[in-house]
Design a protein around this ligand. Structure first.
Ligand SMILES: NC(=O)c1ccc[n+]([C@@H]2O[C@H](COP(=O)([O-])OP(=O)(O)OC[C@H]3O[C@@H](n4cnc5c(N)ncnc54)[C@H](OP(=O)(O)O)[C@@H]3O)[C@@H](O)[C@H]2O)c1
Length: 253
């Protein structure tokens, strides 16, 4: 199936991460112009941009985007004006929260520990959408994919605040579908399950990986490419009329 992405401009936030890189690769392979955001990984972003350009991407740029820096959020979206975009926004960046100390209970987590997990993930992501959707509505085309997490659906010990920040995206998306649907803008949420990014491959204890795999109907955990292909379909003209939906990519869980 042709995703019809040639020449479309795509902003992928968190493009230096495991899932973000895979998403960027799909869009580049489909002939889109791709803007890659980085936070600390400028060199990684430039290396990825080089490899996408060599692989035949229409155009690639790298853009700084820090969830805690509102001016970088504004300038990242504005950077795509030179491509008359963005046509597609993939809101994928995440600021991982400080893990609870061993034995620390929910009520012992001080606000200064958990408030940034909400404040630095949720509000800047919504602001990014706000900035991008205005131009999309004016051009009467847009696709938005918000990358959430299975944690928002099923919970996970110790991840209440991360789960809350992600779950809020689902509520936002349902109403966003109403706001811009008639102007050709479709917005959806993709919920990856535990995904075997480089970070997970190296950081995940083997017994947890085995237990998670055993609980997965397909008998394997998702790869970043599994997530990326779902994101790219929803975030493309091939998605003709799906909006306000939530798609889980977790091997049937
Ligand atoms: N991996 C999983 O198992 C899994 C499961 C469910 C959901 N997800 C979701 O999938 C998305 C991608 O996850 P991932 O596993 O690919 O993460 P990752 O490899 O840790 O990458 C995180 C990305 O976010 C960027 N980032 C980190 N802090 C940031 C900040 N303060 N401001 C702006 N950007 C920031 C990083 O940029 P730099 O590298 O340049 O610093 C990187 O590009 C996230 O939304 C995550 O919640 C992942």
């Amino acid at each position: 199936m042709d995703l019809n992405l040639r020449g479309r401009s795509v902003l992928v936030t968190g493009a230096t991460g495991g899932i973000g890189q895979a998403i960027a690769r799909v869009y580049a392979a489909e002939g889109a112009r791709v803007a890659l955001t980085y936070h600390t990984g400028r060199e990684r972003a430039e290396k990825l941009a080089g490899s996408l350009a060599e692989g035949g991407a229409a155009e690639v740029m790298t853009v700084r985007y820090a969830l805690e820096d509102p001016s970088s959020v504004t300038s990242a979206v504005a950077a795509l004006e030179r491509w008359n975009g963005p046509d597609v926004l993939i809101a994928n960046a995440v600021r991982w929260g400080a893990r609870r100390a061993p034995g620390q209970r929910l009520w012992e987590v001080p606000p200064e520990q958990w408030e940034p997990v909400i404040g630095h993930n949720l509000a800047p992501t919504l602001r990014t959408v706000q900035l991008a959707v205005q131009g999309m509505a004016a051009r009467r085309f847009g696709r938005i994919v918000l990358v959430s997490s299975h944690v928002a659906l099923n919970g996970h010990p110790g991840q209440e605040f991360y789960g809350a920040a992600k779950a809020a995206l689902h509520g936002f998306c349902r109403s966003l579908a109403w706001e811009a649907g008639a102007e050709g803008v479709l917005a959806n949420v993709v919920c990856p399950g535990l995904t075997l990014t480089e970070r997970a491959r190296t950081g995940l204890p083997e017994h947890i990986r085995q237990a998670e795999t055993a609980r997965t109907p397909t008998g394997r955990l998702s790869s970043p490419e599994d997530v990326a292909s779902a994101v790219a379909f929803l975030g493309s003209p091939a998605n003709g009329n799906i909006t306000g939906q939530l798609l889980t990519v977790a091997g049937g869980r």
